[in-house]
Design a binder for this molecule. Structure first.
Ligand SMILES: [Zn+2]
Length: 473
């Protein structure tokens, strides 16, 4: 029996996401990953004496968007504060952040189970530089390029109670931020990181246990493993009569265990005070309405719409909303030709395979051209096989599908007379078919249609062929 069974696990998350701005949050340096170390810096983001920060408006707008995505209240008045501490990756010796007056307050995300996870706040702050530790004998390298990158920090209430819930929550956050183009959330580049606060509460009790914090987890898998490990560790400590120490622990993904780093610091240890170089941010109702008007429907809402309004299966809705691009593409196609399920099939079966293994892609055919091809197939001026050939040719040449189909002589041009002639020929050659059709038409109709198609190079309209068979047989 696991000691954990006597406890409820209590988890709160602090999520950092780098915002999708062109420049850093308080200076004009580029907000770009992967530059040569220490080439993308200036006196402001390295904190030279006398340098003054200037607030990036777009960063504020994106942070507000994130708040609106999760139902937060946007504060009409918020304040930047200096969080003072010394660490080699922070050359200013303070980080500009928000404490007492954050930009966004409250909010929530609903898990698939229906459970609501409350947000405490979302605030805007700057990132620090990056240290690379080479090993004890050699020392560490510091790269200040990341210093001053705009971040949102999302803080949840301690409403999560398992590793699975935490990962589901993070996936929902990531999906929404990417969809709204607020953040790219490239976890492998540190674009989204998560701190986990975890404690155990005796089942039936209302008193929280002492919590520990694990910082900077940057994959769903490490969040999952770190939570499972830490919950077990705390349960074992308590079972053996020990006490949990409030501390920051480092998760070692390779070893699959965490170890104590330092005792947990409190907000007052940082001597926060309002940054005298930056004015408070004042947001009007009009500002918020304007930002709202630029927002798109979130993936979970789109999925509901696709299933309810378009009658798509959940499977289709999931795939079509897996990225903003696919979802927008699908919706544009539907605007051109209102046949959602047909369009969904073409995208899922025929288009996605053309771009598989590509992380970022655009489909090689425009929404308008794809819709035209699907329409031609549905209206039976071409069949699906010819439709696929036409698609290849449109991709190759970029030409308008209908014009191209005419040019390539693909359109159905078989007349009723030609079909009837073929049917008569079949009847005279094959008396058995006529008999069989009289007895069990459903068993031979496919054969007869196939005969006509074969003899017309697949260009006859199969529905019309069926109609004529009914008349002539
Ligand atoms: Zn700079």
């Amino acid at each position: 029996m696991s000691f954990l069974e006597q406890y409820d696990v209590v988890i709160g998350l602090e999520i950092h996401a780098e915002l999708n701005t062109k420049t850093k949050v308080f200076c004009g340096c580029k907000n770009q990953f992967g530059q040569t170390p220490n080439t993308n810096t200036c006196p402001v983001c390295t904190g030279m004496p006398g340098a003054l920060p200037i607030l990036n408006k777009h960063a504020v707008e994106l942070a507000i968007k994130s708040g609106l995505s999760f139902g937060c209240e946007i504060s009409p008045y918020s304040v930047f504060e200096r969080k003072n501490y010394f660490y080699p990756d922070l050359s200013k010796a303070y980080q500009i952040s928000q404490l007492v007056y954050p930009l966004c307050v409250g909010g929530h995300i609903t898990l698939d189970s229906g459970k609501t996870i409350r947000l405490n706040r979302i605030h805007l702050e700057e990132d620090a530089g990056k240290l690379t530790h080479l090993g004890k004998a050699t020392g560490s390298l510091v790269d200040y390029n990341r210093g001053g990158t705009p971040l949102i920090e999302m803080v949840t209430e301690p409403d999560l109670s398992s590793a699975n819930e935490a990962v589901e929550f993070l996936k929902k956050v990531r999906e929404a931020l990417i969809f709204e183009e607020i953040a790219n959330c490239k976890m492998e580049e540190g674009g989204m990181r998560c701190d986990v606060n975890l404690s155990l509460m005796k089942k039936g009790s209302k008193e929280y246990g002492t919590r520990t914090e694990m910082k900077n987890l940057n994959s769903f898998k490490s969040v999952q493993r770190a939570i499972e490990y830490e919950a077990e560790r705390q349960a074992e400590v308590l079972a053996s009569g020990g006490v949990i120490v409030q501390e920051t622990r480092k998760w070692d993904d390779e070893k699959g265990e965490s170890f104590a780093m330092r005792s947990k610091e409190q907000a007052q240890d940082y001597r926060y005070f309002p940054d005298p170089d930056l004015l408070p941010i004042q947001i009007s109702k009009e500002n918020i309405e304007h930002i709202k008007s630029e927002m798109v429907m979130l993936p979970s809402d789109r999925r509901t719409r696709y299933m309810e309004e378009f009658g798509l299966p959940e499977y289709d809705a999931q795939i079509l909303t897996s990225t903003r691009y696919i979802s927008d593409y699908f919706e544009k196609c539907v605007q051109h030709f209102n046949a959602p399920k047909k369009i969904s099939n073409w995208i899922m079966v025929d288009l996605l395979k053309l771009v598989k293994d590509q992380e970022e892609f655009t489909f090689p055919v425009s929404e308008e051209h794809l819709s035209t091809i699907i329409k031609m197939v549905e209206e039976k001026t071409i069949n699906k096989t010819v439709g696929l050939q036409l698609l290849d040719k449109v991709i190759e040449t970029g030409k308008e599908p209908l014009a191209l189909a005419k040019e390539m002589n693909l359109l159905v041009t078989i007349t009723d007379e030609q079909i009837i002639e073929l049917l008569e020929k079949l009847k005279s050659e094959n008396a058995k078919v006529v008999d069989d059709f009289k007895k069990t038409p459903e068993k031979v109709i496919g054969f007869i249609v196939g005969y006509v198609m074969k003899n017309t190079g697949g260009k006859a309209n199969s529905n019309r062929v069926r109609e004529l068979i009914a008349e002539k047989f």
